[in-house]
Design a protein around this ligand. Structure first.
Ligand code: HEC
Ligand code: HEC
Length: 459
């Protein structure tokens, strides 16, 4: 264990300078953490973003996104859980797969997804796929917000996130901020007199910022290759093949890629559809200590911990049992820097997340306690889990859909999806290969980390 941790730290130490390079397009000089208060540190992350091309409204969105005074108590910004150095993920630095809120004993129940490449995500609705209609679109793992604007309002009031009492409480903080003058200039002198209108303005500013190039730079090696300005290695090319071929990984069925197009917008690595992967239950999520708590995803479509401080969200009645256990397919762009993975943050390593697809059905004992599959779903919803589409059409003891080498190839390909690629690296033979594992929390985790199934590996 000790060795493993040492290894992780060594890798993290290695990853930081590499990442600094990777994000050099997004970020200018590396901010120094030493001697800064948490508030100053978050502001230093914002300062590192190139703001020159942002409109006043977008810049206001940036200020709001990085303002750690907008939580109750103060100290938590959007950027605490959506850190630009980690492609806008980060869980406020926990190591339990889910985020810590503004109060030091309040944890959420889901992993914070990336905020990148969402600018063109459709509203919640449906999608025609293989002759079937599947749910797709919207924001959050369960699609409960239709637009980025609607999304941006929720974390401010979620008791396990920024925990503000109501719109007036939040807007009072914005009105006292260092950028209140800018806010009035963009939204009108009287904007703070009407907290509801001001809240709309907050959400619109943040959404405008989230739609900028900062969040969709399209500067990965993959994008350079698609534009004919770089070449994949043999292994990356093999990985792409395995990723797309239906009888191998079939990943592209949901994580869309269009190899024929030079338009990177066509390859967002998601179709925004909802699917049930039947992930193992994560024992390191504090709320999972209660066996009655089960995150059903799409069929509930509510903030899991309520929207009003102190209040649990009323458990909605399940009206569409066929959508229980389904979660949104996330983009795989920047996946190498967004660990942990999946809605419950179950996997710390990318290789494990890919291996799960290959051996979930051939070796369930490697993933589930006593090999009991789909142990995070009540029996009546387990039939929602896909067991027919490749790579999920295998049966116990059969050969896995992907062997170890093929898993490595896919992972190598996924490394080409990280933004900030420099074509010079290809010419000099330098290969940035870094995966970020979550840092240690400054706060002791309330439950021990999940025990590692036998087939989990250190990447
Ligand atoms: C305490 C950590 C935390 C904070 C603070 C936080 N978020 Fe999040 N964010 C999350 C988590 C966790 C989810 C997924 C929640 C869910 O699906 O129910 C999420 C989801 C999102 C999504 C949806 C992504 C997608 O793929 O649909 C966006 C966009 C987002 N957050 C933006 C913001 C903004 C803007 C703020 C500040 C106003 C913010 N977040 C504050 C943790 C956080
Ligand atoms: C049937 C649709 C589908 C297919 C096929 C599929 N995925 Fe996924 N993928 C999803 C969904 C849905 C999630 C989120 C599931 C959850 O968290 O509950 C996901 C999540 C992931 C994640 C974690 C993303 C994150 O940000 O946490 C990775 C990595 C991933 N998939 C890689 C792959 C690879 C590699 C393949 C091919 C071997 C593949 N997927 C095939 C639908 C699919």
């Amino acid at each position: 264990m000790f060795q493993r941790n040492r290894l992780r730290w060594a890798k993290l130490a290695l990853a930081i300078p590499v990442l600094a390079g990777i994000f050099s397009i997004l970020l200018s000089p590396w901010p120094r953490a030493q001697g800064l208060s948490p508030e100053q540190f978050i502001l230093s992350l914002a300062a590192a973003i190139d703001q020159t091309s942002l409109t006043p409204r977008e810049r206001l969105g940036l200020r709001l996104f990085f303002d750690s005074n907008l939580s109750e108590p103060a100290g938590l910004a959007c950027a605490s859980c959506h850190d630009p150095r980690r492609a806008f993920t980060g869980n406020n630095n926990t190591i339990i797969g889910v985020a810590l809120g503004s109060r030091s004993d309040q944890f959420g129940t889901r992993d914070a997804p990336t905020v990148m490449y969402l600018a063109t995500a459709p509203r919640f609705g449906g999608l025609e796929k293989d002759g079937k209609r599947v749910p797709a679109g919207g924001f959050f793992w369960d699609g409960r917000a239709d637009t980025l604007e609607e999304q941006a309002k929720q974390p401010f009031f979620n008791p396990v996130e920024m925990n503000n009492a109501d719109a007036p409480a939040l807007i009072a903080k914005v009105a006292k901020s260092t950028y209140a003058g800018e806010f009035r200039k963009v939204w009108g002198e009287k904007i703070f007199d009407n907290p509801e209108a001001a809240l709309d303005a907050v959400a619109e500013s943040i959404a405008a910022f989230e739609r900028t190039r900062v969040f969709q730079p399209f500067t990965s090696k993959f994008d350079y290759v698609m534009r004919g300005e770089a070449k994949f290695t043999e292994q990356e090319q093999r990985g792409l093949g395995l990723f797309t071929i239906r009888q191998k990984g079939n990943c592209a069925q949901c994580h869309i890629v269009d190899e024929a197009s030079r338009d990177p917008q066509k390859s967002l690595f998601t179709d925004f559809s909802y699917r049930a992967l039947g992930l193992p239950r994560s024992t390191r999520i504090p709320k999972n200590a209660d066996p009655a708590f089960i995150d059903l995803g799409l069929c509930e479509r509510v903030p899991v911990a309520g929207t009003k401080p102190g209040a649990e969200a009323p458990k909605p009645r399940v009206t569409d049992p066929a959508s229980c256990g389904l979660f949104k397919t996330p983009t795989l762009r920047n996946i190498t820097v967004t660990a942990p993975y999946m809605h419950n943050g179950f996997f710390d390593n990318l290789r494990d997340a890919v291996a799960f697809y290959a051996t979930r059905d051939t070796d369930p004992a490697g993933w589930y306690p006593e090999g009991k599959k789909f142990n995070d779903l009540p029996a009546q919803y387990q039939a929602n889990v896909d067991v027919d589409t490749p790579p999920y059409q295998r049966r116990p003891k059969q050969r896995p859909q992907l062997n170890d080498e093929e898993i490595e190839d896919i992972v190598a390909f996924l490394f080409t999806l990280t933004d900030g690629y420099n074509p010079e690296w290809g010419r000099s033979g330098y290969k940035p290969r870094a995966e970020i594992t979550p840092p240690r929390s400054p706060i002791p985790s309330p439950s021990p980390p999940a025990s590692s199934p036998a087939s989990r590996s250190e990447y």
